[in-house]
Design a protein around this ligand. Structure first.
Ligand code: CTP
Length: 492
């Protein structure tokens, strides 16, 4: 991606002024002086401070034993417990709401087949050059004589000002040290609105397949950060163009392209999808709703048909798409709990509100949507609105006002019938007690009949009416009502 983007951050080196007088930095500088060990604040904290972005982690590098140094600083600050990670040579503690981490400067060499580094002690420069990007390799000196000075051997300050993601070393080397960094390049470009340097981007294209050695957890952590950015489409276009996307979400590549037959085309579902994602991102920070936007049309390529005289159809893509969600989540090691179920539910239901705008809406259809959407209703409505990507302003306006109508109707019916978070007005225990029967098939059948009757509007969602229906259904099944159960017992 050589095209330079305007980014919203202004770099100001004066933001480092005063650092030397802050208690944490004073304590580190004091330890550095007493023990004659060069120490530096480094990485994301320095980057974020220069562009005035909030940051809660501060990393320090010392040219010596990072663990012993951390313990000395923690004592000086009266900080809490120091957690030591011997294998990594790091130690961390919390101080005033911040995570403070220390590590000894290292030279690392990696073998091509593994991320496991061979580590030797090194200088601050060794440490900086093995970091991912110049903007992440900036350091603040806490060495006697230069406390508070920026240490910037790779032009990170300039890159930060110009909004450029560039590696300190030859990108092939930096990415082969840790291929996840290719995804991190896209993540920082998306979060910060920066541009990936063209040489760096070419290297990503060349090395994209190296993502294979990276765990699904590390991949989804970066991916989720891209999705959580203000304009995630920037990231997805970069993922597509770099060749990274096909290695972890190939289903999205299938969305690409607009076929034409008999002069009839359909929209490019990849670009439609990322537009929907941006639209959702403008309305909600909910990561799982954003995932639903990504996956809402995921089964379109697999359900696509051309029907002569009618055009392109994607019948059933919402159900097939919902069925694809668990496989995708499992592969990416994303949670398989209610978060995944929410994504599935939203994908499955994303056409329902549209269907409700097309015809005279019955209360029963509204009740069924309320029942099926439950707690996901607001998210569903955000998704459906976001799904309107028509360029035709008139059409768009009409769709949106139809939505307002459906929303009002949903609110009215819910107010009256309380269908969301539906709790059966007659429970399985009620049915067992009323007919004196053990757990068995008729109980489920009677409960379903009652639920259907409520959703269809044949009875109200209340206990008295449900009880009458239970009696009728029981009689049909040859069940005998126990004495005293003609009306529902009050003590539920
Ligand atoms: N780093 C690296 N290669 C990686 C991961 C991290 O070189 N694969 C370095 C970078 O210098 C980075 C620092 O370690 O700045 C801390 O990493 P991390 O906490 O993941 O990123 P931050 O830059 O702090 O950004 P954020 O907090 O937004 O994740």
């Amino acid at each position: 991606m050589s095209e330079q983007r305007a980014h919203p951050y202004r770099v100001d080196p004066d933001r480092l002024a005063g650092a030397a007088d802050e208690p944490l930095f004073r304590a580190v500088a004091e330890e550095a002086r007493v023990h004659g060990i060069p120490a530096f604040a480094i990485g994301g904290y320095v980057r974020d401070r220069l562009i005035d972005r909030p940051c809660k982690d501060i990393d320090f590098v010392v040219e010596g034993d990072g663990i012993a140094f951390a313990q000395a600083v923690a004592r000086r600050l009266n900080a809490g417990q120091v957690h030591v990670f011997k294998n990594f040579g790091t130690a961390m503690f919390r101080w005033q709401d911040m995570d403070i981490e220390f590590v000894g400067a290292r030279r690392e060499s990696y073998r091509r087949d593994s991320r496991k580094p061979q580590v030797e002690p090194g200088t601050i420069r060794d440490d900086q050059e093995r970091r991912d990007f110049t903007i992440n390799a900036l350091a603040i000196s806490l060495e006697p004589g230069s406390v508070g000075a920026l240490v910037d051997p790779f032009g990170g300050l300039l890159d930060l000002g110009q909004g450029i993601i560039r590696t300190p070393l030859d990108p092939d080397t930096t990415f082969s040290d840790d291929p996840l960094r290719m995804l991190r390049a896209v993540r920082f470009a998306t979060q910060l609105g920066f541009t990936i340097d063209p040489i760096c981007f070419s290297s990503i294209k060349r090395n994209a397949a190296r993502l294979e050695i990276i765990s699904a957890e590390r991949i989804h952590t970066e991916l989720n950060k891209i999705i959580a950015a203000p304009k995630p489409s920037i990231g997805f276009i970069l993922l597509l163009e770099s060749g990274l996307l096909e290695h972890f979400l190939p289903e999205m590549i299938e969305l690409l392209g607009a076929e034409e037959k008999d002069g009839i085309g359909h929209k490019d579902n990849f670009y439609h999808t990322i537009q929907v994602l941006d639209n959702v991102a403008g309305q909600s920070d909910d990561l799982w709703l954003r995932w639903a936007a990504i996956l809402h049309d995921i089964a379109k390529p697999r359900t696509k048909r051309f029907e002569a005289g009618h055009g392109w159809t994607f019948h059933g893509h919402e159900d097939k798409g919902a069925r694809m969600v668990p496989g995708i989540f499992r592969r990416l090691k994303l949670p398989l709990d209610n978060k995944m179920r929410k994504v599935q539910n939203l994908v499955a239901l994303h056409l329902r509100p549209i269907a409700l705008t097309k015809e005279e809406v019955s209360d029963s259809a509204i009740r069924r949507l309320l029942f099926d959407a439950g707690d996901d209703l607001e998210a569903l409505m955000v998704l459906c609105k976001a799904d309107i990507t028509s360029k035709n302003e008139k059409k768009k306006k009409r769709y949106l006002s139809n939505y307002e109508l459906v929303m009002r109707k949903l609110a009215e019916v819910e107010e009256k019938d309380r269908i969301r978070n539906f709790q059966p007005p007659v429970t399985g225990e009620d049915i067992m007690a009323a007919f004196g029967i053990p757990p068995s098939r008729p109980i489920g059948d009677i409960k379903t009949t009652i639920k259907e009757a409520i959703l269809d509007g044949r009875i109200r969602n209340d206990r008295a009416q449900a009880w009458e229906l239970m009696k009728e259904e029981g009689a049909k099944l040859g069940l005998e009502l126990k004495p005293g159960f003609e009306v529902p017992p009050p003590d539920r």
